[in-house]
Design a protein around this ligand. Structure first.
Ligand code: SF4
Length: 184
C-alpha cells in the first residue's frame, strides 16, 4: 500500500488489514521542503513502530519529481500536475510490488477530500495493466472515512499537515491564508 503520510494511513490500514496482509510503501518525493518530508516520515516511523506495521521507505528523489512536473508549475491542485505526481508515486509502488511478489497494490491517497479519486484510480489502473499486478481502486473517503481517519489520527497524536505536499500546493495554501488575513 502506497502511503502518503501518517495521518492518512491509520484508518486505511485498519480497514484493509481485516482482509489483507498489508505492507506500507512510503514514496513521496513530491514533499517539500526536506524538513517537512522528514517530519512526515518520522511520524510514520513512530506509529509504525507502535503498531508493528511493516513499512518500506523508498528514495527521496526530488530531482526526478521536478523534472516530471516541469511545465505544470502553475496547474491548479487536482490538475494535470497531480496526475503526474500520482503516477510517479504509484509506478514506484507497482515496481516494488512486482519485484517482491505482492498480489495487489493500493494507495492511501483517496482518503483526502481534496483529491479526485477517479484521477488517482485512473493512474492505478494504467499501471496495473503495465505491470500485471492487480490494483484496488478504493475510495477511502467514502462512509465518512476522512473524518473517522482524522479522529483516529488526532487520538494518536499525529500531526495533521495543512498542505498536500509539493512546493506549489504550499504556495497555494500560503496565498489563501494571506488573502484571508488581508480581509480581516
Ligand atoms: S498538489 Fe499534491 S498531488 Fe498535486 S502535485 Fe502537489 S503534492 Fe502532488
Amino acid at each position: 500500500m502506497h502511503v502518503c503520510c501518517a495521518s492518512c494511513v491509520v484508518y486505511v490500514y485498519r480497514k484493509l488489514s481485516v482482509d489483507y496482509d498489508v505492507t506500507c510503501f512510503f514514496y513521496n518525493p513530491n514533499i517539500h521542503p526536506r524538513s517537512e518530508y522528514d517530519s512526515r516520515k518520522k511520524e510514520l516511523e513512530r506509529i509504525a513502530a507502535d503498531n508493528q506495521w511493516e513499512v518500506v521507505y523508498a528514495d527521496y528523489d526530488t530531482n526526478q519529481w521536478f523534472q516530471l512536473v516541469k511545465g505544470h508549475e502553475k496547474d491548479p491542485e487536482r490538475g494535470e500536475r497531480c496526475s503526474i505526481c500520482f503516477h510517479m508515486r504509484l509506478e514506484k509502488t507497482f515496481a516494488y510490488a512486482k519485484t517482491n511478489g505482492f498480489d495487489i497494490v493500493t494507495s492511501t491517497l483517496s482518503i483526502s477530500p481534496y483529491k479526485v479519486t477517479r484521477q488517482i484510480n485512473a493512474e492505478g489502473e494504467k499501471l496495473s495493466r503495465l505491470f500485471g499486478v492487480e490494483f484496488l481502486p478504493e475510495n477511502f473517503k467514502k462512509q465518512d472515512g476522512y473524518n473517522k481517519g482524522k479522529k483516529m489520527a488526532m487520538e494518536m497524536g499525529i500531526k495533521h499537515q495543512n498542505y498536500c505536499g509539493c512546493i506549489y500546493s504550499k504556495e497555494e495554501r500560503e496565498k489563501r491564508v494571506q488573502i484571508k488575513n488581508d480581509k480581516l
